[in-house]
Design a protein around this ligand. Structure first.
Ligand code: FAD
Length: 455
């Protein structure tokens, strides 16, 4: 407590992935931290209805976990996914590497396990305390108090704090308070597609029933199924499908409709999902959307991070990775500016906002690539050409996917800008060619040198 009797600690609202990692960073800077979380402690209770059981962790996230000193605890939780395994309607498989270099790998990780490791690491600093079953409802900017509700008793109380880091997810009440009281403009753009999680269990002997080291995709044009490996031999399968129309979650009203869709479109996957009907009708249908916000802070008391500031659709596997980058940026700025919160928050917002906007756009674009474009032969020609150009010009041409997933040193906005130039180069070079090895390399080299400055 300070001499005035107020609590010296800072508050983090939300003990999800971003909130828990930020707690580690802040504690390492010597700050006392209180984390308030709506749900029960997932380390002691099974949390029902969790979103996306596993996630793709990429370079940006790994960089953040290393910077926080927790990567050694996360490594045992990871399954490497060096590429995507495409399943066509006949069940024919084709594997595409994600990156050109062998170390360019994404990793599947259990959301809950990762979250638990981060909470444990935060607590181990002895500077962080978690209070569970405590929901933030509002922020009173005049008094600097967070209005809380105890989820068990239903009682409401006011929580005075120096500053609040709002890591309370896409529905953030703190963001809503900033909109109401500070003129912040925020939009939530729902995706007209939703998702449903299913399970491919491990084989009887505990082994994986499909290739373990891949992100599996069943692209079907307007919709798709994907599967990510878990450590126990199972895969978490996700159906992404329109909410309305035909086929859609609205049209899949009974077992007959679900069976028809899976028999026709995903017969090989269907054979691996024994509890398809039970999972389909018992599991919730998850909504997806993009949160955009023109400001992330009131300038003094509160700052948004992670999904609270910029929820994105999951098709680039970057929501968590981006949230972790927010934590790195805040940590670096606190290191440079100390607890001069207005300066830290302003610099953080100005550094991160354009990047969050860029990954939001790229994530939306990647949905079309994953569910549709990957089926087009020209896509594969361009992928081959991309790798060739990267090999010839590693300081200028890096495929956009690789910049986003494997190059944390390239900000998202820069990856998007360079990606646009590269897209045009690839389109020009393949306008008359249907094979990568027919593309005139001298012309390709000239275009790359002319249009892409060295990184
Ligand atoms: P959250 O994880 O939502 O955590 C918010 C926390 O705040 C929760 O613990 C919640 O209980 C708590 N909370 C909420 N409201 C309150 C309140 N009022 N008071 C107190 N606490 C509150 N990202 C990737 O990088 N790779 C992927 O492969 C990937 N796949 C995804 C697949 C799906 C289907 C979905 C939906 C998302 C995926 N994401 C992925 C995105 C990723 O899940 C999010 O970006 C990430 O969870 C954001 O972390 P966060 O801590 O900001 O928010």
């Amino acid at each position: 407590m300070s001499p005035s009797g107020s609590d010296d600690r800072v508050t983090i609202l939300g003990a999800g992935l971003a909130g828990s990692l930020l707690a580690v960073f802040l504690a390492r800077r010597g700050l006392g931290v209180e984390v308030l979380e709506k749900r029960a402690d997932m380390r002691h209770e099974e949390i029902a209805g969790g979103r996306s059981i596993n996630l793709a962790l990429a370079d940006r996230g790994i960089h953040a976990l290393r910077a926080a000193g927790v990567m050694d605890r996360v490594e045992p939780l990871l399954t490497p996914m060096p590429g995507r395994m495409l399943h066509d309607q006949e069940g024919t498989l084709s594997f595409q590497k994600y990156g050109r270099r062998p170390e360019e790998i994404n990793y599947s990780v259990s959301r809950a396990d990762l979250n638990r490791v981060l909470m444990d690491a935060a607590e181990a600093t002895e500077c962080v305390s978690f209070r569970f079953g405590t929901a933030g409802e509002d922020l009173d900017l005049e008094t600097g108090e967070v209005v809380l509700t105890d989820e068990t008793s239903g009682e409401s109380r006011r929580h005075p704090t120096r500053v609040v880091f709002a890591a309370d997810g896409a529905g953030s009440p703190i963001r809503k308070a900033l909109v109401r009281d500070c003129g912040v403009n925020a939009s939530v753009e729902p995706l007209p597609h939703a998702y449903k999680e299913l399970v491919i269990p491990a084989a009887a002997d505990g082994t994986y029933r499909i290739e373990r080291e891949a992100l599996h995709i069943w692209p079907r044009g307007g919709y798709m199924l994907i599967a990510l490996p878990n450590l126990d031999g199972s895969f978490t399968v996700t159906l992404f499908l329109a909410a309305e129309g035909d086929p859609s979650f609205a049209s899949l009203t009974g077992e007959a409709q679900v069976r028809e869709l899976f028999e026709e479109q995903f017969p090989d996957a269907m054979a691996l999902i024994p509890d398809l009907m039970r999972d389909f009708f018992a599991n919730p249908t998850g909504q997806l959307g993009t949160v955009r916000c023109d400001r992330w802070t009131d300038g003094a008391k509160a700052v948004l991070l992670g999904d609270a500031a910029h929820a994105v659709v999951p098709f680039h596997g970057q929501g968590m990775n981006c949230a972790f980058e927010d934590c790195v940026a805040l940590d670096r700025l606190i290191g440079a500016q100390g607890e001069d919160w207005p300066v830290v928050f302003a610099a953080y917002e100005s550094e991160r906002k354009a990047n969050a906007d860029a990954i939001a756009d790229m994530a939306l674009e990647n949905y079309v690539e994953m569910r549709d474009t990957v089926r087009d032969p020209i896509f594969h020609v361009r992928k081959t050409l991309e790798f060739l150009l990267e090999q010839r010009h590693p300081d200028r041409f890096i495929p956009r996917y690789s910049m986003v997933m494997f190059h944390e040193e390239i900000p998202y906005a820069e990856a998007k800008r360079r990606g646009e130039i590269q897209r045009k180069i690839l389109e020009e070079l393949t306008a008359d060619e249907t094979r990568a090895d027919e593309v005139p390399l001298a012309a390709a080299d000239a275009l790359v040198r002319e249009r892409l400055e060295p990184l």
